[in-house]
Design a binder for this molecule. Sequence first.
Ligand code: FAQ
Length: 327
Amino acid sequence: MYSQGLIGSDTSSEETPEFLAAFQKRIDAEEKVEPNDPMPSGYRRTLVRQIGQHAHSEIVGMLPEGNWITRAPTLRRKAALLAKVQDEGGHGLYLYSAAETLGVTRKQMTEELLEGRAKYSSIFNYPTLSWADMGTIGWLVDGAAIMNQIPLCRCSFGPYARAMIRVCKEESFHQRQGYEIVMKLAQGTPAQREMAQDSLNRWWWPSIMMFGPHDSDSQHSDQNMEWKIKRFSNDELRQKFIDATVPQAEYLGLTLPDPDLKWNEDKGGYDHGKIDWDEFWAVVKGHGPMARDRIRDRRKAWEDGAWVREAALAHAEKRQARKVAAE
Ligand code: FAQ
């Protein structure tokens, strides 16, 4: 994937069994790992991969909702949506900064995204076709993101864990604003209700795919959990999300598009129908309906922002030169 070439400063020379055992002992004792601490190269690589993917998801994730800011139905809705999309941009920036502490630059990460070598969450490759999608994304997509990110607040890598605390607080507001939009539509005219149901029909399956492949197909989970980067497996988090969301849909009087969804008394959770993994992998590999548009839009934003980066750099250099001259 995308992170392998980015970690030139990494060395494996220290990775004797004693080194690895001492590192694992720190992890097991719930000590936070900080950027300048010794760490196995695999741990560093995994974090660059995951945090980079997460940062890209936040930034690309601004696009589907950004598409509706000018069409929000009221000033209040517009202000909330604008703030929400702006928050996602902020999350991307915290995350790029957290990844940079591991020796990779934001420029490198961005280039990998724009060259199609870096992944971002599958969910952002679907189109936003109606205003109801703004509600459904907040409710389901931010809801799924929170379920995944709350345990990341306890991730063993300090900068990532600390970034997640603020991110989760903001995602919680996003989830509520989304649910409130869907609630208003569900309680509205038949046409509004239909719009909410149609949106739920389109976003349900992609939302539960966000948690990643089944545990049996998840290549990174075991090691990630041993290093306490991940605290729960993909299937465990998916199950928690489904169990939390079914009663929310019932409260709204909307139907989740899965005829096999039913309460299982023995496991104390809902059973669900078969996930279309062919669709998931196709989207992950860049064949999602909006994949091309997303990268085109990110490329344009990066190119349009070149003058800002150049001006900021020139300004910083000038200040530094002035400081040196004054010393
Ligand atoms: N999409 O072995 P695993 C948000 C890849 S933020 C694309 O299970 P792992 C906020 C995975 O990278 C949403 N690719 O991997 C928001 C790996 O490929 P690789 C993003 C996926 O890392 C809301 C391969 O499949 N959140 O939504 C996906 O143990 C609204 C095998 O998978 C994060 O990034 C997927 N859904 O577990 C913003 C959270 N799932 O890298 C705007 C942090 C899996 O070997 C609007 N990340 N893959 O080539 C994580 O928790 C983990 O990385 C997982 C995957 C759970 C995503």
